[in-house]
Design a protein around this ligand. Structure first.
Ligand SMILES: Nc1ncnc2c1ncn2[C@@H]1O[C@H](COP(=O)(O)OP(=O)(O)OP(=O)(O)O)[C@@H](O)[C@H]1O
Ligand SMILES: [Mg+2]
Length: 273
């Protein structure tokens, strides 16, 4: 039975879409089929990978109004996600502050009707060293445990805006240690990509970047020495992230005959599909 991965943290710019991109390109290398659902204001992954692989669900002003209203439309919208999670085989990139609404729905809607205790779900929460992202990230990990106690929770430390070593002996570090030791939270690291060519490659697919040669980078306007240096850094970076992501992907997306089955919900509100 296939599971799903959800990438979420309502702080913007923490690397949710980049992490989803790594997950998708690593899955492709592993020969795993998965469908990505991208909630964004503008399509990012859908533009790169096409609508067969990535479905873009636009976060428009009308959509934000609908979420804020908390009425029937809100529940209708989220009730459609339940069966998707039940079927599995999907990766959700929850951009645009959408996870707060997801939790509001899951907390009152018999979430376990669809996913049982959540043991086929993996929640990945990227954070950067910025205080707001750490706060929303830790609060997100706590909310996940409340709606899906059996789900795997993964804290992704993204070194993009500074090193996590500077946070030793802070409230964040203490809470993280507690979560790792007592609550089975896993931690993975996504280092900043420091390749000089990275800025020019952001419109490219990571699975294609992985196979680029020095000549390809030179054609994109880099000098041969910069191209060579960039390739070394990028390959190292891709390898280290892939090694950490592969076990989660194979666990969730490689079909197994057994697994959690959904059972009737205990929530106050039953599924309305
Ligand atoms: N580790 C990293 N190395 C290099 N660039 C990074 C890294 N993490 C993030 N970035 C860059 O920072 C920018 C913001 O990242 P991204 O779009 O993935 O954030 P997000 O959490 O999806 O944002 P939003 O909430 O707006 O959807 C992107 O240009 C991304 O390529
Ligand atoms: Mg995003």
């Amino acid at each position: 039975m296939l599971g799903s991965i959800l990438v979420l943290n309502d702080r913007g710019g923490v690397g949710k879409t980049l992490l989803s991109h790594h997950l998708l390109s690593t899955a492709m290398l592993e020969g795993l089929a998965l469908r990505v659902v991208e909630y964004e204001v503008n399509e990012r992954l859908a533009r790169l990978f096409g609508p067969e692989t990535v479905e873009h669900r636009r976060i428009s002003q009308d959509f934000v109004n609908l979420m804020g209203s908390g009425g029937d439309g809100f529940f209708e919208f989220w009730d459609n996600i339940g069966p998707e999670l039940q079927r599995g085989g999907r990766l959700f990139d929850f951009g645009g502050n959408i996870s707060q609404w997801f939790f509001n729905w899951a907390e009152v809607s018999g979430f376990d009707y669809y996913v049982g205790d959540g043991s086929r779900l993996v929640f990945m929460v990227p954070v950067t060293v910025d205080l707001a992202s750490l706060q929303t990230g830790m609060a997100t990990l706590e909310r996940i445990a409340a709606i899906a106690p059996g789900a795997k929770r993964v804290l992704v430390e993204n070194g993009f805006s500074g090193s996590f070593s500077q946070l030793e002996d802070t409230h964040y570090a203490r809470r993280k240690a507690e979560m790792v030791e007592r609550e089975n939270v896993a931690v993975i690291t996504m280092p900043a990509c420091t390749a000089p060519a990275w800025a020019r490659l952001t419109g490219h697919r990571l699975d294609q970047i992985a196979t680029m040669t020095r000549e390809d980078l030179v054609k994109l306007g880099m000098s041969p020495p910069v191209a060579s240096r960039s390739l070394i850094v990028i390959h190292d970076w891709l390898r280290s992230i892939r090694q950490q992501l592969t076990p989660y992907l194979t666990d969730v997306f490689r079909s197994t005959p057994t697994g959690a089955t959904a059972r009737p919900g205990k929530g106050s509100r039953q599924a309305v599909v």
